[in-house]
Design a protein around this ligand. Structure first.
Ligand code: ADP
Ligand code: MG
Length: 360
């Protein structure tokens, strides 16, 4: 795999530096500071997701990597080569960055056939017609659309249109593909199928990918590493399992809905949930202001028999459990899967072991 990748980019020596390296990227758009001092390295052959709420700067960062936007400050290195330097005003345009992009709205040309859409990047590269036809055929085959080559995009479903866009992205065998919320316009069932297809394609082709999404499930199923973004900054970059086990900030814990993040106060005998029980950190803590009680560490007890009392606000049936939204002391909320449906207003107790807590 590594040899193929090195050969494809002709950059074996630079691979230590990652295929994409961002350092100190900042960007202002209009009156708002959209990105602040972003550092990020994408390793060759890996998928990195940018995950965060709408408006946190994901698309802006992706467009900076693509060369569709020039950063105010910071550097973009692709395959070890500087393609943007905010301070020096150095800027390599998108067509010279040897990467492909897949957009949320497919961005297909409506007047062109499926085959012509997919073949367009090859035409730009002035590939001979026979070679173009063979490569288009191969790309359409990969996404299961060989039979649709002569159709127009408007005659296809949303999922099929996005498959065409994906075929177009991989047709010239780039080593780096950028995805910007490619599945957000599709319904949930199709999204799950296509996450699977994209994962297969990425691994078959040994692609490196930067995958923007606001959807945690999508990011976690596809990405080797996930950068959780908030207000133009990366809060944490880690593999999905690590994000869940060890969220670096209260915001990461809250965005990923890992559990309840509650304020803690020091007391003469240690730390307390405000208005609640005493908590014992596993190691001595000089400072703390909040604590995460992970939902997976919580056991439901009869009211009064646990360490915290909670009141059910509502439950949603989720196939294997009822996801309860709970009201906790101090007006805090927590979502917790519980085995039985409970009516709104029901009181329960919550028990947990202090070793499961994370302190901020
Ligand atoms: N051309 C622009 N002028 C001013 N503000 C912009 C412009 N483009 C985006 N923004 C703002 O930058 C922020 C980040 O946008 P974006 O990168 O699209 O976020 P995301 O993709 O995470 O939803 C948003 O608050 C958005 O309103
Ligand atoms: Mg966006």
């Amino acid at each position: 795999m590594k040899d193929v990748e090195a050969e494809r980019s002709g950059q074996a020596a630079a691979s230590d530096d990652g295929i994409v390296r961002l350092s100190g990227i900042s960007m202002r758009l209009g009156a708002s500071q959209v990105l602040s001092d972003i550092d990020l390295t994408l390793q060759r052959g890996r998928v990195t997701a940018l995950l965060g709420p709408s408006g946190c700067g994901k698309t802006t960062l992706l467009r900076i990597v693509a060369g569709l936007l020039e950063p105010d400050a910071g550097q973009v290195l692709l395959r070890g080569r500087t393609v943007a330097d905010g301070a020096k005003g150095h800027f390599v345009p998108p067509e010279d960055r040897a990467l492909a992009m897949v957009f949320q709205d497919y961005a297909l040309w409506p007047h062109m056939t499926v085959a012509a859409n997919v073949g367009f990047p090859l035409e730009m590269q002035r590939q001979p017609a026979a070679r173009r036809a063979a490569m288009v055929g191969e790309a359409l085959d990969r996404v299961g659309l060989s039979a649709f080559a002569d159709r127009r995009p408007a005659d296809l479903s949303g999922g099929q249109q996005q498959r065409v866009a994906i075929a177009r992205a991989v047709v010239s065998k780039p080593d780096l593909v950028l995805f910007d919320e490619p599945l957000s316009n599709l319904d949930r069932e199709l999204r799950e199928t296509m996450v699977d297809e994209i994962a297969g394609l990425v691994s078959d082709l040994g692609l490196s990918a930067l995958y923007v999404t606001h959807d945690q499930a999508e990011a976690f199923s596809l990405a080797d590493e996930v950068a959780v973004m908030r207000q133009g900054r990366i809060e944490q970059l880690a593999p999905p399992e690590e994000l869940l086990a060890a969220p670096a900030t209260p915001h990461v814990a809250e965005f990923l809905r890992i559990g309840a993040v509650l304020p803690v106060m020091p007391g003469p005998d240690g730390w307390h949930l405000s208005g609640g029980p005493r908590l014992v950190p596993t190691t001595a803590l000089a400072h703390a202001s909040q604590v995460l009680i992970p939902a997976r560490a919580v056991r439901v007890t009869p009211p009064g028999a646990g360490r915290l009392d909670a009141c059910v606000i509502r439950t949603l049936f989720r196939g294997d459990a009822h996801l309860a939204t709970l009201d906790l002391p101090g007006g805090h909320r927590m979502q917790l899967p519980i085995p039985n449906r409970l009516p709104p207003g029901a009181r329960i107790g919550l028990d947990f072991d202090d070793v499961a807590l994370r302190w901020f």
